[in-house]
Each structure stands twice: as C-alpha cells, then as structure tokens.
Write a protein that binds this ligand. Sequence first.
Ligand code: NAI
Ligand code: 15L
Length: 269
Amino acid sequence: PAPRTILLTGAAGGMGTLMRELLPPYGYELRLFDVVPIPDAPDAIIADLADKDALRRAVEGVDAIIHLAGISLEAPFEKILAANIQGTYNLYEAAREAGVRRIVFASSNHAVGFTPRPSGDDAPLIPIDTPRRPDTYYGISKSFGEDLGSYYWDKYGIESVAIRIGSCFPEPTNVRMLSIWMSPADGARLLHAALTAEDIGYTVVYGSSDNTRLWWDLSSARALGYDPQDDSEPYAAKLIAEHGELDPANPDHANLGGAFCTNPPIWPH
Ligand code: NAI
Ligand code: 15L
C-alpha cells in the first residue's frame, strides 16, 4: 500500500514550510517535528533530535519519514556532530525500533561539493557515483547520513533515498543556482517519487529541476518515477545581468559546492 502518514522533520524550516503546503495534495497526512515552534500546527512535536523519547513518539505508526531537520549550513564541528550526525542516527534508530520501512534523507550537493563543476558545452554531467568530496563539516554530515542509509538497508532492510539537494528555494538567487535549482513543486514531485517507488533499497539521487544549465545526472531520480517540470532558465538573463557569468578563475565558482568550498555561510543559531 502507498505510504500515507509521513513524519516530516525540520517542518519549521524553509523547505519544511514549503513541503507542508505542497505534499498534502498528494494524499499524505503529515506529522510535524522541529525544535522550533510551528505556527498554526498545535499537534506538531516540538523537540530536539537529541530527545530519543520524543523521536520514539514521533515515529510511532508512521508509514515513512522525510528527514529535513538539522543544521543546514556550516557550523562548528561539535554542533554538526550533535544535530546532524548524532541526530540522524537517533532518528534511524527510532525508525528501526518502531518498524518504519522507509526514510527519505535530505542530503546535499555539499556531500560532493569539491567536485569540479562541468564547464563548457561538452563537459560530462556529474555522475551519481562520483566519489564523495564533502566541502564542509556540514557536507561531511551529509556523507554520514548517506552511509547510515546504506547501512540500515544492508543490515536491517530499511529503505532509504538520499537526495543530494541542489538549492530548493522559491526562486534561484544566483548564477550557480541556475544549474542546481530545485523548484519547490519539483521538490514535492521528487519526495513523492521517493516515497512511492518500489524496491528502492538504498538509492542516491541528485535533487534539482530539469534545468537547461544542469550540472548533474538526474537519471537515478528519474528511475524513481520523478518527472521534473521546471527549469531555472527564465531567471537566467536577470541573474547573469546582475552577477555576470560564472568565472573559471574565481575559486568560488570552480566547484559544485560554490562558496561552501571557500567561505561557507555559517549557521546563525
Ligand atoms: P532550514 O535550516 O530552513 O531548516 C532546518 C530545520 O531543522 C529548522 O527548522 C531547524 O529548526 C530544524 N533543526 C535544526 N536542528 C535541529 C535539531 N537538533 N532538532 C530538531 N530540529 C532541528 O533548512 P532547509 O533549507 O529547509 O533544508 C532542509 C534540509 O534539507 C536540511 O537538512 C538541509 O541540510 C537540506 N538541504 C537543503 C537545501 C536547500 O536548498 N534548501 C539544499 C541541500 C540540502
Ligand atoms: C545546502 O545544502 C543548504 O542547506 C542550502 O541552504 C543552500 O545553501 C544549498 O545547499 C546550496 O548549495 O545552494
């Protein structure tokens, strides 16, 4: 049977807020979890990923989990360790104990951020099995989350899709994002595909729209049934007029991870 009740962690965040609107039309009932209160959601579970009892309550009876919670930028290693590494482990353990069969994990382009970006018309797309080259402690935590999914599949038969999300925001806001933007509507399409595809075992996909300037190979995402409908190209002229084309001599522009490789944005909290 198709999954129906979904635990959405990180529900107060940017993507969580978008997905709270976009996923219910697919037929899902969402149970919300975040450490930050969520307006107009009295039933949300407001707790830290460190709170194993709260996680046990959160996973009880759900059909699948979308795990968005965590520090979403660079931070001191100790903070990343607690929220993203220990926290994701706590969630997988709670899922295992409760018999939850599938987890969709918000990985990131920053797990492979030091991969040189394709430049030039004939440059090959970045394949999904490219060696991991994290660009930050944050990216390392996403590599860890991917390995956790691999391990829980091999060891316990819990399925995971790790989505290496590009940039999921209402609009692309810089030239790099023209290549890795995932429109919120395509984000919901990809999450729906990841929740419903059969026999996925442990699968890694890139998460973006079908952008004209795409840098990576979407075929493992398409194999889940994902059929992206959006393209960042309508934003290109304005962004390029504002910021200029990417400059091969600029280290901020050399790699998939962009400025995370040089001067990563720091988690403000
Ligand atoms: P966000 O920072 O807006 O939201 C993350 C949420 O997680 C926040 O509401 C925060 O309160 C919650 N959180 C943080 N630590 C927590 C903890 N210890 N316990 C419980 N909740 C905690 O991030 P955004 O943009 O919504 O991203 C969602 C997920 O997708 C994150 O895991 C991020 O790393 C990943 N991602 C997002 C991308 C994007 O373009 N938005 C790109 C690549 C990955
Ligand atoms: C990420 O992993 C971040 O969570 C998000 O805020 C963006 O910075 C995104 O990557 C990006 O690379 O644009």
